[in-house]
Ligand binder design. Sequence first.
Ligand SMILES: [Zn+2]
Length: 283
Amino acid sequence: MRRLPKPTISTHTVFTACSSTASPNELKQRLLNVTPTVVAFAEQYELLANLRCLHLVGRRDSIDGQVSLTEMKDLYKRSLSSRTGIARDVYDELVSSVPNRICPLCGVGVVSTLDHHLPQSQFVDFIVTPINLVPACADCNKAKLAQYPKLAQEQTIHPYFETFAEETWLFAEVLHCSPPVLRFHVAPPPHWNEIDRTIVKRHFTVFKLASLFTANAANELSSLRYQLVDRLRGDAASIKKFLHEQTESCRDAYLNSWRSAAYAALSKDDWFLTSGFLQIPKT
Ligand SMILES: [Zn+2]
């Protein structure tokens, strides 16, 4: 949903820092041995992510038969995610790189964790690789769990590699009921290729964004009642102008946010502009 700048810290730096306090020394040596592999895999990851081909990344349960999945998970926990970990500053830097701490996967929740875009349980090589660590809210982290793409069309949006922000693909419609309801859907531009079209649709489904956005829009509608009924005195032309300005303001910040889609739908809906707004209940 929201693009994030790619982490500038290298995989080599992070892996080396994490390995530096590993014990016993025999494990530290094995980690040292696999460092070139982890760096090479990260380079391949970046290449495939740019091509929207992360489904082609191979699953492994050990790094070159030398470092096990359990050892890598333990390394992540002790060195990166633990508050006293040697590389905790990297974890904090990734989390704080998000504007306003808003989750890039849903655009609603507050970032509270790092999500392994390719899950730890299947992709041992990327457990401490910065470009695989995506800041996320708890709900998005839980929604995805250990899902990973087996086919190109099973991918979801990767915020470090997202290029979907330039064109509108999220829309809403106003359901003419009391109270009015906003229903959201994804309609990518027709000139996008089939894989890109599927990725944004799948993202919308995996992270359960339809219900999340509808709930947030209902809350927003409640706060609009005073403006539309009392300040603008129910004048359709004034309401349309106000909602259009809100749309432009929201779109300037994030083209595909639920707010942009909601205001665009409200500003174009004749029923809402003339009488539907009166159905917003006073809280
Ligand atoms: Zn989220």
